[in-house]
Write a protein of this length. Structure first.
Length: 190
């Protein structure tokens, strides 16, 4: 199997889709390469594109707060995105861009072999769980795919726009906490 180092090197030189023309940095992913829990966002925004790291803008600050609610931080999980390069004007990544990019996430997932995957928002949920998944109705539900348990929660950027969804998200976070306690052996919650 490819190594993390080789995968990161290859990914950072990717020119498979037009997003390569406008990106500043490829946002490969961050966190523990031994994590049991993988969080997957949609794609880099402006701040992430500039820094080369996922979730470093306002949505990232809220994600940190959400993780802290259940005793997690970025060192204990892995965070990646569906697409590794910023879609211009923060539009949703096109299907063709997702199709070209999904291989990187698949390889990251194969190396990590996570026990739990949390899709952040509709775009990641549709791709990772089910194309017609309705996030408003199905957030916080668990599905098992092979040995991995998956759930979707509202994207932090959406929660910044509509704070009324925060209480439901706290329940979803508690459910993630319970799943971690049930399945994970190396993920300390504090
Ligand atoms: N939104 C995402 O989906 N991913 C990021 O990395 C930042 C914002």
């Amino acid at each position: 199997m490819i190594t993390w180092e080789q995968l990161e090197y290859d990914c950072k030189s990717c020119r498979r889709c037009a997003l390569a023309e406008t990106r500043t940095n490829v946002v490969f992913g961050t966190g523990s390469r031994n994590a049991e829990v993988l969080f997957v966002g949609e794609g880099p925004g402006r701040d992430e594109d500039l820094k080369g790291e996922p979730f470093v803008g306002r949505a990232g600050k809220l994600l940190d707060e959400m993780l802290a609610v259940i005793g997690l931080d970025r060192t204990k999980i892995y965070i990646a995105n569906m697409v590794k390069c910023r879609p211009p004007d923060n539009r949703d990544p096109l299907n063709i861009e997702q199709d070209e990019c999904i291989g990187w996430l698949r390889s990251q997932t194969a190396l990590l072999n996570p026990k739990i995957i949390v899709a952040l928002g509709r775009v990641a949920a549709a791709r990772l769980i089910r194309p017609d998944l309705k996030i408003t109705a199905e957030h916080g539900r668990w599905v098992q795919k092979k040995a991995c348990w998956m759930t979707a929660i509202y994207h932090p950027a959406y929660l910044l726009r509509d704070g009324r969804k925060k209480p439901e998200t706290y329940e979803d976070l508690r459910s993630i906490e319970n799943k971690i306690r049930e399945l994970c052996t190396n993920t300390e919650l504090e």
